[in-house]
Design a protein around this ligand. Structure first.
Ligand SMILES: Cc1cc2nc3c(=O)[nH]c(=O)nc-3n(C[C@H](O)[C@H](O)[C@H](O)COP(=O)(O)O)c2cc1C
Length: 325
């Protein structure tokens, strides 16, 4: 590992954010408005390339984001405007990933977040123009593979996170990976408050990765009913199951009930087992069955992204003072 390179990557990113936060990519939730609002509020904004559909929309989204960020910078020369990133699902089941990589590389997207397979191809395509690659991992084995592939940082997806969460406790996960990796670490899972961001820093991570907290924001693509469900839910109402996609994920129990499915049936499903419903008839994960992490219990308002980043920033500074008291 080139520690000097990773340190300078990290310093560069930190200098371009108001607080050490990355807005996590969320399928059907993160669009151009959310990303632009995040970056102009001073946190890194990201989206899954699959949200731009069909594929011809992807260059349109990238041009729009770059144009709006440049216009904001021109109007607010002193403001911190953070870089943006895309999420690529690197897996044979995603037929778009190589085409999406090429489109994003041609646009010189600054940050790539890769999920599933080790991202050697992405690293080779993106590094020459100065882009960086952060890879999602849920355990040490996958972390080692990603480090071997030359990534610039690791996103540690702990238990309780929204989407396809891991199963490890965040303290255990961070300590284990820090024991063999000095590069940038980003903690994912249940981070909803400024003091949670400080907790991630105290654990030895450089950034916090927030998904669920950005669902109830005025700029998110989530429908109102979904946003209200996040506000009303507690951690106990998040069900972790492979029922809908074959891979375990965290979903809002209320959305499962609203789709006419028994929560007990969902909880009984086994990972890798056949999904029980007829594919054409079953409600679609993410579209009809809504994802959210256990951090929902600490979320009780819909805010604009700027209001939320202001709040997180105030809470983060307060938390620093509180721990030193
Ligand atoms: C509704 C939803 C959709 C998600 N979609 C994706 C995705 O397409 N790609 C991805 O890498 N992660 C996805 N995630 C995971 C997030 O990027 C992130 O790891 C997670 O939301 C962090 O945990 P938190 O929600 O507790 O903050 C999704 C999460 C949610 C809640």
């Amino acid at each position: 590992m080139n520690t000097t390179a990773t340190t300078s990557t990290l310093q560069h990113l930190l200098a371009q954010t108001r607080i050490p936060v990355i807005g996590a990519p969320m399928f059907l939730v993160s669009g151009t408005d959310l990303v632009v609002a995040q970056c102009t509020a001073g946190v890194i904004g990201t989206f899954p390339t699959l949200n731009a559909r069909p594929q011809e929309e992807l260059p349109v989204w990238l041009t729009e984001i770059k144009t709006r960020l440049a216009a904001y910078k021109a109007q607010h020369p002193k403001a911190i405007v953070s870089p943006f990133g895309v999420n690529l699902i690197v897996h044979p089941s995603n037929p778009r990933w190589e085409g999406d990589l090429e489109i994003c590389a041609q646009h010189e997207v600054p940050i790539f977040i890769t999920s599933l397979h080790a991202p050697n191809t992405v690293v080779n395509r993106v590094h020459p123009y100065g882009g960086i690659v952060l890879h999602d991992v849920t355990n040490a084995r996958h972390a080692r593979k990603a480090i071997d592939a030359g990534v610039d940082g690791l996103i540690l997806v702990a238990s309780g996170a929204g989407g396809h969460a891991g199963t490890l406790n965040p303290i255990a996960l961070v300590n284990e990976i820090r024991s063999f990796y000095e590069g940038p670490l980003i903690l994912s899972g249940c981070i909803s408050h400024g003091k949670d961001i400080l907790a991630a820093r105290a654990l030895g991570c450089d950034f916090a990765y927030l998904g669920t907290r950005f669902i109830p924001t005025t700029e998110s693509m989530a429908p109102d009913r979904y946003q209200n469900m996040v506000i009303e839910a507690d951690a106990a109402e998040i069900l972790y199951s492979p029922y809908f996609t074959g891979i375990p994920g965290n979903y809002l129990k209320a959305s499962i009930i609203a789709a006419g499915i028994e929560p007990e049936e969902v909880l009984a499903a086994k990972a890798g087992g056949a999904v029980t419903l007829n594919k054409d008839l079953r409600p679609k994960a993410w579209k009809d069955i809504w994802g959210a992490g256990q951090g929902v219990g600490a979320i009780d308002t819909i805010l604009s992204v700027r209001e939320l980043v202001d709040l997180l920033s105030t809470q983060y500074e307060q938390a620093k003072r509180d721990v030193l008291r």
